[in-house]
Write a protein that binds this ligand. Sequence first.
Ligand code: NAP
Length: 556
Amino acid sequence: MSVSNFADFDVLVVGAGFAGLYAIHRFRRQGLSVKVFEKAPEVGGCWYWNKYPGCRCDIPSVDYSYGFSPELDQEWTWPEAYSKQADILNYIKHVADKFDLRKDIQFNSEVTAVTFLDDQRLWEITTADGEKTTGTYCVMATGGLSVPTKPKLAGVDTYAGLELHTAAWPEGVDLKGKRVGIIGTGSSGVQVVPEIAPEVEHLYVFQRTPAYATPAFEPTMTPEMMDRVKANYPRIRETQQFTPRAVANFNARTGAFAPLPDDFLTQGGRVDFRGTSGGNIKGLTTEELAELIKNYGIGHLLNFQDIYFDEESNEKASDIFRGYVKSSVRDPETADSLTPKNYGIGCKRPVRDRSYYQTFNRDNVTLVDLQKQPLEEVNPAGIRTSANQYDLDVLIYATGFDALTGALLKANITGRGGLKLTEKWQYGPVGYLGLQIEGFPNLFAVTGPGSPSALANMVVGIEQHINFIADCLAFMKEKHYAEVEPTKDAVDEWVSICNKLAEGTSYTASGCKSWYLGTNIPGKPQVFMPYIGGYHIFKQHCDNVARNDYAGFAFR
Ligand code: NAP
């Protein structure tokens, strides 16, 4: 039963991934009725859809999990330190069952419109079958990487073989003995390539831009390590709140936490990207660097803070990386094609691989460098470049997502007075704390643009956002407020803070193209979308806002 006399539910939620599930649990706890709409037949969000071979998370399992239930922490055992997709999905299903969340979810229900009804001051959700449901509040738990994209290549719809997208991978695909082509060498493509290469007859990797792919972390988790994690969970959960990436940096092998630099809580301005170790690359000698890489791997380069702010340091790290590609791949021409040249490390999201470069030493794997032989068309038989026709039995798109804004814009959201979100965001996303948009009262996004989103551990960010929303709704109830939305001043200031923080970093350097900037979608406004100041600073900011009676939000 809704607290409002008029709405069907207190809170409508779109999406049953990590965010939607926690929303049910959290809102229920404060006596609110919740209804979740989910397009898929199962919970899990991106971890339901991305079933492609090799899919795995690059954040430690103990961090990439909910922190709200100590009991859940103690009863769940992670088989690996960095989880496979199937293990994360099992965990999410377990959470749905343990907290009896499924009864509030309507599966197989694609949301086609989200509309503010001015006269009733309610949100109305319409699903593909025409059903309409109203709620006092609406929470878009739609994920930042949930709208897969397929490039608009000439002849793209003419291909007659089996076509797959990594983000909509069906069950039971058999690639044994097939001629397979894959377009895309970002995080998804780089995970697929080494996994399928041994079983296919031949694999053609169509590459437009080479990635900086650094070896993934060792996934082994022993029972002793898991025991150490369980004994330390309270501190792990607490420590996450004080780090830029919301990762506790707990070493389950040794039982030690990496020390936090003193300035973590006080710096407030530029983010500290140091992760576990920190320091600057600039002053280090070639010998010192070689020693560090020998001990910690090439991925350690990403921990140096100055590579994100200083061009010279960035070039130094990028150069070391280029040498690494050269030494990993036998054929010099292939090695050269795989070497990133026109942009620096730390522009795109770090890509983690398992023997990706070594896979190109196999006889049945061919790199097709689209900078040297541009892709001319997709045709019924496969792909034609300026140099060759590649006949394929299977064509895989690992071409990514309309990130961060895609799912919100696709939901057909209309705010007060008929204001469309597509119109409001025609020049790029503007909002407050990644949570709310002026003109869309009582509508909340979770980890939307303007929040750390994918720059930090998403699960921790999701819990922080849902907690903020739930506390805000409790505040409104106490004060008898009916509506909340951000003020124009607060939005302008927040957008300006986000832009200033991103200026002069490797994320926005010239030559840098990434989904953070929207450059992967033709016609999408090119603005750096996440808040770059670090999760810990963002959280402090949100806590201060809440403490100051939700400063920057207007209540009616
Ligand atoms: P992505 O990083 O956006 O990569 C897409 C790839 O497709 C790029 O190599 C891109 O080339 C290529 N591409 C796009 N359009 C093309 C075209 N017309 N012709 C040729 N190539 C084209 O997408 P993703 O790999 O799916 O990863 C997206 C994000 O999901 C990641 O950054 C990460 O946040 C998350 N993810 C994480 C993991 C993990 O935890 N390990 C795994 C998978 C995904 P250009 O670079 O030239 O645009």
